[in-house]
Design a binder for this molecule. Structure first.
Ligand code: NAI
Ligand SMILES: O=C(O)C1=NCCCC1
Length: 318
């Protein structure tokens, strides 16, 4: 039996949102990041994402297979992402997660990847902030107003007591629309500089291929969760920031292969988040830190298992 857990099967995406809750997702992701960083192939096999360029459409298909033997999870995400810099209204990222039975190889479920991608990415950024931001951080700045901006806003305001949230988008209207959509508990800023000056935590979630965040604006000791610019020639941050900050990543190999901010600045990846979780590398909270997120299959695998388990439990009750 294959379950189709997508809005094409008549299940509205908000139902999927209800199946994933940050309070359940975050501990599972922390455990998975720790397991990944041990590089024990009996525990996790997750190669760096393979990408197929879609030249005609200025995009990429990413294939993200993962096997977690002890958890009995085999999955792959298929994700298409595009350079939508020109203000196109088409979606920048579209994803599907396929969950398989590791023993027989049959497909157990095909799950919409939009909610999983939005929530697991934001949850991992929140984990980076939990580990690396100043414990008394008060001001959060978000650069970008798309899907990731919303999931980051949701999880950061759910789990941290920020006193002020600032949002910058390419257009003032976009930032104001975003602020209205979250009920006004944020302030739209007229420039990225205005948003980030003095901020304790900065989230970059843009589709930009050129820096939108510059080191000279960033308060010493701030934490940056950098989520966009997932190609080796795309940037969100300038060299000043990349060289001044201590750089953490989800996957060292992923960052070296896919992050323009790492590759083009020549910055060194100090540690993976999983190393900090495992206690093998320190969390240098007093320094300016950048968490470079590329996204990993292992994050989709644990999220898809959570959705599937919850879905089956719900379906049994109906
Ligand atoms: N690290 C990870 O695990 C993941 C990374 N991403 C990346 O995160 C970024 C945001 O993704 P979504 O929110 O899903 O996309 P989206 O299309 O919903 O939002 C993109 C936002 O970036 C803005 N933008 C585009 N070009 C810009 C520019 N030149 N300067 C400033 N803002 C610009 C758009 O106006 C929009 O607000 C993308 O780069 C995407 O590839 C997405 C999913 C997972
Ligand atoms: O991990 C993901 O999912 C993605 N990473 C980078 C670009 C879009 C999706």
């Amino acid at each position: 039996m294959t379950y189709i857990i997508t809005d094409q099967s008549g299940i509205p995406l908000p139902v999927l949102f209800r199946l994933l809750q940050y309070r359940e997702l975050i501990p599972r992701l922390e455990e998975a990041l720790g397991k990944f960083s041990k590089r024990d192939s009996a525990e996790v096999i997750q190669p760096v994402r393979s990408t197929v360029p879609l030249q005609k459409h200025d995009g990429f298909l990413g294939l993200m297979p993962t096997y977690m033997e002890n958890d009995g999870v085999l999955s792959t995400k298929l994700v298409c992402f595009y350079n939508r810099e020109a203000g196109s209204s088409l979606p920048g990222v579209q994803a599907t997660v396929v969950l398989l039975d590791p023993e027989y190889g049959n497909v157990k479920a095909v799950i919409d990847g939009e909610v999983i991608t939005a929530m697991r990415t934001a949850a991992v950024s929140a984990i980076s902030a939990k580990l690396l931001m100043h414990p008394e951080a008060e001001v959060l700045a978000i650069l970008g107003t798309g899907k990731q901006a919303l999931s980051h806003y949701n999880v950061f305001t759910e789990i941290f007591p920020f006193k002020e949230v600032r949002v910058w988008g390419r257009t003032r209207e976009g930032a104001e629309r975003f602020v209205r959509s979250v009920g006004g508990a944020a302030r739209a800023c007229g420039s990225a500089e205005e948003a980030v000056r003095g901020a304790d935590v900065i989230v970059t979630v843009t589709g930009s291929t050129k820096p939108v965040l510059f080191g000279q604006w960033v308060k010493p000791g701030a934490h940056v969760a950098a989520v966009g610019a997932c190609r080796p020639d795309w940037r969100e941050m300038d060299d000043v920031l990349m060289k001044e900050a201590v750089v953490y990543a989800d996957s060292r190999e992923g960052a070296i292969a896919e992050s323009g901010d790492v590759v083009l600045s020549g910055a060194e990846v100090f540690a993976e988040l999983g190393d900090v979780i495992n206690g093998t590398k320190p969390a240098l909270r007093e320094k300016t830190t950048v968490f470079k997120s590329l996204g990993m299959g292992v994050e989709d695998a644990v999220s898809a298992k959570l959705v599937f388990d919850q879905w089956k439990a719900t379906a049994r009750r109906l």
